[in-house]
Each structure stands twice: as C-alpha cells, then as structure tokens.
Design a protein around this ligand. Sequence first.
Ligand code: NDP
Ligand code: HSE
Length: 437
Amino acid sequence: MKPINVGLLGIGTVGGGTWTVLNRNAEEITRRAGRPIQITMVADKNLELAKQVTGGKARVTDDAFAVVADPEVDIVVELIGGYGVAKELVLKAIENGKHVVTANKALLAVHGNEIFAAAQKKGVMVAFEAAVAGGIPIIKALREGLTANRIQWIAGIINGTTNFILSEMRDKGLSFDTVLKEAQRLGYAEADPTFDVEGVDAAHKLTIMSAIAFGIPMQFDKAHIEGISKLEAEDIKYAEQLGYRIKLLGITKRRSEGFELRVHPTLVPTKRLIANVEGAMNAVLVQGDAVGATLYYGKGAGAEPTASAVIADLVDVTRMATSDPENRVPHLAFQPDAVKDTPVLPMAEVKTSYYLRLRVEDKPGVLADITRILADQQISIDAMIQREPAEGEEQTDIIILTHETKEKNVDGAIAKIEALPVVKRKVIRLRLENLDK
Ligand code: NDP
Ligand code: HSE
C-alpha cells in the first residue's frame, strides 16, 4: 500500500528517537498502521546532525517552512519546541491541509484553542500524545479509554526533571544544581530548565489534561503554579516523619462551582503508590465516577519513550486519515460544540489539606494562640509535632497538618499567625492530598 509521508521538524532528542524507533520497528508499525509510515523530509537548524542521523535516507533541509509546504508531505511532526516558530509552522501546516503530530505541550497549553479551531476548520488532525507524560498513553486513556466516566480529579507527577531532583536529593543527598545538570545531560529538562523547576512545564501538561478530562478550553493562564525551588530540606524530613512524601503534583478537580487547576509541591501519604514514583518516572492518577481510581505509570521523558508516543500518534493519524472528520475522535475528547466555558476557580477557593511549619519562641501559651487562630478560621487540626529544641535553643518548629479547608481560610490564618511576635519567620505552607476518594 502507498506509504504515508512524514515531514519531521527538529531531529534533536525526541526527533532523533522518533527516527530510530520508526526505522527499527518499521515492519511491525506497518502491520499495525495498515501502510508504511516513512519520514521523507527532515528539517533541523543543525544540518550536519540531520544528515548524520538520517544517513541519506531522507531529504534534509534547514528550512522548516519548506517541509510544511512540501506537497509530498502528509503529516508534519513538530519536535522543535517553544511557542515561537513552532506555532507558525503548525498553523502553516494546518493551512496547507497537513495533519500534525506534536510533543509541544507549551504550544498547546498556551495556543491550543487557536490551533484546534484551525485544525477543525480545515478537517485535519492534531495529535499530541507525547505532550503529556512522555511515553505514558494518558491522552488516549482520558480521551477514549475513560470516555464513559465523569472524571472527578486528576493528580499527576508529570515532570520527570523535578521528580528526579526530589528523589536524588532525598536519597543521595546530592545538591539541587548537580541533579539538574544530570537531568539536562539525560535530555529530560526543557530548553529553559526553569520551566521544569518552577512548575511551568507541569502546568502546561495539566492544562491539556484538564481540557480533555472536563470538556473545557485550555486555560493555562488560570493555573496556579508553584515549583520546587523554594522547597526546604527540613520540610521533606518533617513530612517523612509524619508519614508523607513531598511530590510536585499537578492537580485538577471538578467542583460544583468550577474546576481547580494547580501545580505545587504536595504532601502525599507514603503508602500511596504515587508517593513511591521515583527518579524521572511519571505517574498520573485519574478518579472517574464509574471506574474509580486508575493509575498510569512510566517514563515521562527521554528520546525513545517520547518517540513511542509520537509514533502512536502517527499510527492513529494514518489509520484515521481516510475517515470523515466528523467521525474521528475529537481532538479534545468532547465534540467541539460541546466544550463548556466553566470557570477555573481562583486559588482562594481551592479546597485541600495543609502542612504548616512555624518557627516560634519556645515558651508557654504560643501553641494556644496558634490553635485559637486556626479555630477562628474554621481550620481543624489533623496532626501536630513540635521539634525538641536543642540545649540552649530558644526557638523551635511546630508542624501542623490540617483537615481539608479552603485556601482563603489558611491565607487568613497565616496572616494572623505571622503577626504574632512569638512567630519568628514566614510560615511554610505546603498542600496535602490524601488521594483516597
Ligand atoms: P531538542 O532541543 O533536543 O531538539 C529540538 C531540535 O530542533 C534541535 O535539534 C534544534 O536545533 C532544532 N530546531 C530549533 N529551531 C529550529 C528551526 N527553526 N528549524 C528547524 N529546527 C530547529 O528538543 P527535544 O527533542 O527535547 O524536545 C522537542 C519537543 O518535545 C519540545 O516541545 C519538548 O517540550 C517536547 N518533549 C520533550 C521531551 C524530552 O524528553 N526531551 C519529552 C516530551 C516532550 P538546535 O539544537 O540547533 O537549536
Ligand atoms: N522536561 C520534561 C520533564 C520533559 O522533565 O518531564 C518531558 O515533557
């Protein structure tokens, strides 16, 4: 059968992996797709790299626009990254009637609404399995496997770099900078690693999942984002003593008033499977009303794991290319005219439990003042520990775990607690999720 022709934009980590896996597994992939999938044209700024990887088996160019304009190309695979030229290329490819496969979560989270609308109008597909959690088929699971469910919440470790940093710092006592350099060397980190460390990359992926899970537009600008750069080693230690592990979680929840959309370091009970996801591995926990909790685990980054998802999209697009656009799986799971503009809730309205660490003077009455403030704000305490002060030390740490409450109650309590003269530094506040219902 006539092969489907692919134009590849960017032959770096993921592009290189895609080339390798597509060639290595060509025979099986053809049997699955129903026709051969061949990369006929490659664009990369680094022409030498492109020539070296392709070994003369594809046309190479440093002009990516030549690929999206080439009449022989059926599917454009965008693996350049970023919101700049990648956006122009994707829109141009769509305009030229080409299907698009991309791993670019930043692009989709920020410009996805525009891109999907353009694709819908033109009747072409935009597939993006690799954009969330690398090799884990979570998009397929949310869009198709769980289609019977009213999704209640999703909680995911969706950034390998930060999970790798947290694991290596805890287990090997390595410094933040050393581990980040290693993540960059292994190809996990984004071109701008602050996207990883500050939670932006996780928020991009969460935005995409929330749109698919709930049938709402991409609303990255409404996401609350906190990374791991301000996390202190003491809190990791206290959390362990209390039976929790700190993970950078992306959480999106359905509430009657709207949706929560947030990324922040989160205490998770150590006994939960997701708390034991270590290194660069990713995991996404999805709670559906019919199925209950399902957990998806695997490599969220790296050349071949991500290529695995890119090629799955290539096979899907190849299989669907001949079907009528109205009968394809919708880009964002819900039919385009059924997407609802339900609000994303402001952080003050988010409901969760909290870990609070207070540095206080070690003298009578301090605890009573603090618990009174918490009670006044309708915050109920779940557990508490006080560090034994060292000989001669006049200050100590009090760690409080709360039951579920609204963020605005905690904001109010923290402001009042910090105003007490016996409180010696800003309160450390981390959020805690039991992930049990
Ligand atoms: P790389 O930087 O390794 O590869 C990108 C390639 O594109 C580089 O070779 C780069 O060349 C080339 N390039 C840049 N600008 C242009 C241009 N205008 N025209 C042609 N080529 C260009 O990135 P990754 O492979 O790591 O990431 C690609 C995408 O996949 C990103 O969107 C990323 O977020 C996403 N992703 C990455 C994962 C990973 O594990 N790495 C996992 C999941 C998603 P040069 O280096 O010379 O600039
Ligand atoms: N920088 C990302 C990560 C790559 O560390 O998870 C995969 O999207």
